[in-house]
Design a protein. Structure first.
Length: 457
């Protein structure tokens, strides 16, 4: 029987016999002695006469315990001491064991358990006593937590209850995992915002193994009503918790994912990342050329390369190969974790050549300085965003849901209108599959104007 708490390296050995309580010695191994009694539970203020244990072992302020307190048994009494030895050394040569009784509900009898854990190999008196006292304390603490040496199934439940991490501890491990995985900080913050709400709802000390699908549903329904959540927000709360419990399931902190089969809400999509109208696009480009050459180049890079804004912020000069007309975003930066080269369009190349990239160290960032464009430090997440928002504010275009991604979307609409095949658009966007590209293009179809006449019938 493997012991798992407090005395994780100890092995319990036990066998049972029948009344009366008289030890039956088998060989010289005290682990093989067989005893039992029929006195039932051990009453804390009265000791069954048939038990050879001190009365104080059962004293526990009037409570009834199903076990006796573990004690150290040191073998036979030493009557003679050889010349040159001591009583302590002779006692240490005896076969010691830890002994306690436990009530077996199945048989209605008390069973004697004797544990040595192989410590009789120790002959030094002080060291032997130290090790047996540690073993005695470990079993005492185990029994106090509810450990039942006769019921492995119950012990497994107890183990999960004691060892299981709390939701607070789980979130810290979840956060560390995503940081090491290089998940986007905005994504981590979004996950944690919903998970922290859930912690407030169930309490920080809740063990993850005790969280049920009811707890998840109750949280989602409560916040949906109190915070006036939309279907999108409700589903994102569910997704955040699902990702947390998927992580816990993979890492064996839980045995099931309580979020897995919960219902979703119907979503009404928010119209964001709108494609520019022709007139608005002209106004934006005119304003950027006149007022912000940094944001202008950022927008041009988005349009000509379809490299994502986050990837552009992390683009170093060493990624750019003007000689071979390509930019390679490393796998650890790329959203799809693949280092796929992006072609430098004929219209983009002169813009990069004008920057005189070769005069800077190769580890500088293409967009490292809002004033000089190229710089040694990576810019903040909101720098390009804030600059583009300033442009929209100046042109009174804030209410049209234009974002930096609108440049990327406009590029793909224009590619489609210019006759590009879906496979070519897939490659240009570094999508992982044609299915991803088709799904992406479905959202852009409303921006494709109908220019051809319908064939007559």
């Amino acid at each position: 029987m493997n012991n798992w708490f407090g005395a994780s390296r100890f092995i319990i050995g036990r066998v049972t016999g029948s009344n009366p309580v008289t030890p039956t010695q088998t060989g010289k191994d005290p682990d093989k002695q067989q005893t039992s009694c029929e006195s039932g539970f051990f009453y804390v203020k009265s000791l069954p006469n048939s038990l050879d244990c001190p009365t104080e072992n059962f004293a526990d302020m009037g409570r009834i315990l199903p076990y006796s307190i573990p004690v150290i048994k040191k073998g036979k009494t030493i009557k003679t001491i050889p010349k040159g030895s001591t009583k302590l050394h002779e006692q240490a040569k005896q076969l010691w064991h830890i002994e306690f009784f436990f009530f077996n509900e199945a048989t209605g009898k008390n069973e004697r358990l004797r544990i040595t854990n192989g410590l009789n190999r120790i002959k030094d008196p002080k060291e032997k006593l130290k090790q047996f006292e540690a073993l005695q304390l470990a079993y005492k603490e185990l029994l106090e937590t509810g450990y039942n040496p006769l019921d492995e199934k119950q012990n497994e439940k107890l183990k999960k209850s004691i060892v299981s991490i709390t939701i607070i501890e789980a979130v810290e491990k979840f956060k560390e995992y995503h940081i090491s995985k290089r998940t986007r900080p905005t994504t981590i913050r979004s996950y944690l915002s919903k998970i922290k709400q859930f912690i407030t709802h169930v309490g920080p000390s809740k063990k993850v193994i005790d969280i049920s699908d009811y707890d998840i549903t109750d949280y989602l329904n409560t916040y949906e009503a109190s915070e006036k959540w939309t279907g999108v927000t409700y589903n994102y709360g569910k997704t955040s918790l699902n990702n947390l419990f998927k992580f816990l399931l993979v890492n064996k902190y839980v045995t099931t994912n309580p979020v897995l089969n919960l219902e979703r809400r119907k979503e009404v999509r928010t119209e964001i990342h709108q494609v520019f109208s022709e007139d608005d696009f002209k106004l934006i480009m005119q304003w950027l050329r006149a007022n912000d050459r940094y944001c202008l180049l950022f927008a041009q890079m988005l349009y000509y390369t379809c490299i994502r804004p986050k990837e552009l912020r992390e683009t170093r000069l060493s990624f750019i190969d003007l000689k071979n007309n390509k930019i390679t975003i490393p796998a650890h930066i790329s959203k799809n974790r693949k280092a796929i080269p992006v072609k430098i369009d004929v219209s983009l190349k002169p813009l990069l050549e004008n920057l005189n990239l070769s005069q800077y160290p190769s580890d500088y960032y293409l967009f490292g300085d809002p004033k000089s464009i190229i710089g040694k430090d990576q810019i903040g997440e909101n720098t390009p965003y804030n600059k583009f928002q300033a442009c929209l504010n100046a042109l009174n275009l804030k209410g049209k849901n234009y974002t930096l991604y609108s440049f990327k979307h406009l590029s793909n609409v224009n590619k489609y209108l210019a006759g590009w095949q879906i496979a070519e658009i897939c490659a240009a966007n570094r999508h992982s599959s044609l299915v991803e590209t088709e799904t992406y293009l479905k959202d852009l179809m409303k921006f494709i104007p109908v220019t051809k006449d319908i064939p007559p019938i």
